[in-house]
Write a protein that binds this ligand. Structure first.
Ligand code: WT7
Length: 572
């Protein structure tokens, strides 16, 4: 088996002793009370340290390949920042990035942060309703987008009075700009050699990522610039980023992995990273690794399972010997996937566990640690993690007993609140613990084993989908009277969305209606939230107080015993 000779973390046990996050502060040259701006740390500082000419980004999309040095990255972020400032964007304004994985997304993210405004990345496949809900909640003042996505924004601008600017990064000048639209071109703008970053402090807000819960609308997870401290160190110690590495994080910055470890982690240490902005195919991915000699790869179980499914023939056509460390996040990484990767790459995937709310990796198989395939590993130094009893919220002492994953608050990248929803934020803490909402067990060696979520949220291909959001979208369809949305097992995506639908009188179930409803949700929300299956039913099981028993429907899908339903019927 290939392996890392000396990893950045060295000995996990040694690192646990007397661990302090100040290690990262010292390495970054940050002192308490100083300004700290992620945009500056990821660009200006790297250039100051002499790496301006080093490649920061190797980008590949349908139009070909582009490369940018750290100096170009710095100037591009400056150009975005200067443009935003010129428009009148102020510190703490929310600026949404609604872009494909094009270079403007990466430079724009750092540019927004440089102005002191809050970056709000949203997945570009979101439909107008998903977009509206998130921009309305955030009170978004500007959105940076592409022509192809602007139509979705235009459809909802009447409902978004606070949205003053729709900034198009690819306006061709042929068609006139419409209401609130303005054009910015990275290639066309004058270089901005110097931009005075806003003097953000540790607790200044930086990024707002939206995440889905079981009830209510998606919640805006507010992060601060100080999160850098933990993102920097976890990227260095867990992903093992080193000076000459070529790093590939396959996540989209519309989700937290794509910002914490697809922008901030690698660039704050001056690492070259790659982005591939084309749809998934095993062939394209292997080719990309071979061509760019990728050494570090951070991906997700669904992608790994898709690669396994594509077969080893595709793999054998490529020289993937550059790879030296592999990691995964987002869903349970089954032991088969770890064993497969050991077999075909000579390297195991290292599972990591964390959340949008936690901002950085919490539990991981760090380099050098003995991997137990199927386990998430152990808490990162500085992270106190336990499984607690669901009722008492006291840590469970018996090895192997299932409880709720709980973390002692206080690490640098922890969310600071849910935007405009302090109540929901407070609700995440019990008995001095932050509750992740996941269930797990800890074995006698201290390894964490994921068991499942403690709520009805659907995890499809590593993306959380709220049943509530899908049900609300379904209800807007004229034929839908009532609906219940649950997870259904899927070989590759782990879970997919399934909807039970009661039609309104006068409508009959048909193949066409089925497709129409699926498409309706896809357009309103996103391809991820689209039900893969709709089951038309006459009625839905309900509690005595009238709440739909999703758990019963879910259990049926998973072939689980639900036992006595009378207790469920009495739930409020
Ligand atoms: C939820 C968080 C931050 C990473 C991207 C997802 C699930 C995450 C694992 C893992 C099993 C995992 C949990 C968690 N999850 N990593 N290694 N094994 N489940 O961020 O969208 O906030 O989702 O993803 O259920 O709570 P997110």
């Amino acid at each position: 088996m290939k392996g890392v000779v000396t990893s950045n973390i060295g000995s996990y046990e040694e690192r646990l002793k007397g661990f302090d996050w100040s290690i990262a502060e010292t390495e970054l040259g940050y002192k308490k009370g100083d300004d700290i701006n992620i945009g500056w740390y990821c660009s200006d500082r790297i250039c100051r340290m002499g790496s301006g000419a080093k490649t920061a980004l190797i980008w590949e999309g349908m139009s070909g390949e582009k490369r940018y040095t750290f100096d170009e990255l710095r100037r591009a972020a400056n150009a975005v920042a200067a443009y935003l400032k010129g428009l009148g964007i102020r510190p703490e304004d929310r600026v949404c990035l609604f872009l494909d994985r094009i270079p403007e997304l990466y430079f724009g993210f750092l540019g927004v942060l440089k102005t002191g405004a809050i970056a709000q990345p949203l997945f570009s496949a979101f439909g107008e309703e998903a977009l509206r809900v998130r921009m309305e909640n955030a009170g978004t003042r500007a959105v940076i987008t592409q022509r192809k996505h602007a139509a979705k924004v235009r459809k909802i601008i009447d409902k978004l009075p606070q949205l003053e600017f729709i900034i198009l990064v690819d306006h061709d000048g042929k068609k006139p700009l419409l209401a609130r639209e303005t054009a910015f071109s990275l290639e066309g703008c004058a270089p901005v050699e110097h931009f005075e970053c806003h003097s953000t402090k540790a607790e200044s807000p930086s990024v707002l990522h939206y995440t889905s819960g079981t009830t209510g609308q998606p919640k805006g997870v507010k992060h601060v610039h100080y999160s850098l401290i933990a993102q920097y160190l976890t990227a260095k110690w867990v992903l093992d980023l080193k000076e000459d590495d070529i790093y590939w994080c396959t996540a989209d910055p519309g989700w937290v992995t794509g910002t914490s470890y697809g922008i901030i982690g690698p660039w704050s240490q001056g690492i070259t990273q790659c982005v591939l902005d084309v749809g998934f195919s095993a062939e394209a991915w292997y080719k990309f690794i071979e061509k760019n000699k990728v050494t570090l790869w951070y991906s997700a179980p669904t992608a790994i399972r898709s690669l396994m499914k594509a077969g080893d023939a595709a793999l054998k056509k490529h020289d993937l010997s550059s790879l030296r460390h592999l990691a995964s996040v987002g869903e349970p990484l089954n032991s088969e996937a770890v064993l497969w990767s050991e077999k075909v790459f000579g390297l195991p995937f290292h599972d990591t566990f964390w959340q949008t709310e936690t901002g950085c990796i919490l539990i991981a198989n760090v380099p050098g640690m003995r991997i137990k395939p199927g386990s998430m590993g152990k808490p990162f130094p500085g992270i106190t993690a336990a499984v607690v009893d669901p009722k008492t919220h006291e840590p469970i002492q018996d090895a192997g007993k299932v409880g709720l994953i709980a973390i002692r608050p206080g690490w640098p990248a922890m969310m600071r609140t849910y935007w405009n929803n302090e109540k929901a934020y407070q609700g995440k803490f019990k008995n001095g613990w932050y509750l992740t909402g996941d269930r797990a067990r800890i074995d006698k060696d201290g390894y964490f084993w994921f068991v499942g979520r403690d709520d009805d949220v659907i995890n499809t291909a590593g993306h959380l989908v709220s049943p509530f959001e899908v049900e609300s979208a379904l209800l807007e369809h004229p034929a839908v009277g009532e609906s219940a949305v649950v997870a259904k097992p899927d070989e590759v995506n782990m879970e997919v969305v399934k909807a039970f639908v009661c039609l309104k009188p006068g409508f009959t179930a048909s193949f066409d209606l089925d497709l129409e409803i699926m498409n309706f949700v896809r357009k309103k929300l996103s391809p991820l939230a689209m039900p893969q299956q709709i089951e038309f039913v006459d009625s839905l099981p309900k509690t005595r107080s009238g709440k739909i028993m999703r758990r019963l429907l879910r259990a049926k899908e998973w072939g689980e015993e639900i036992g006595d339903t009378s207790t469920l019927e009495e739930e409020e």
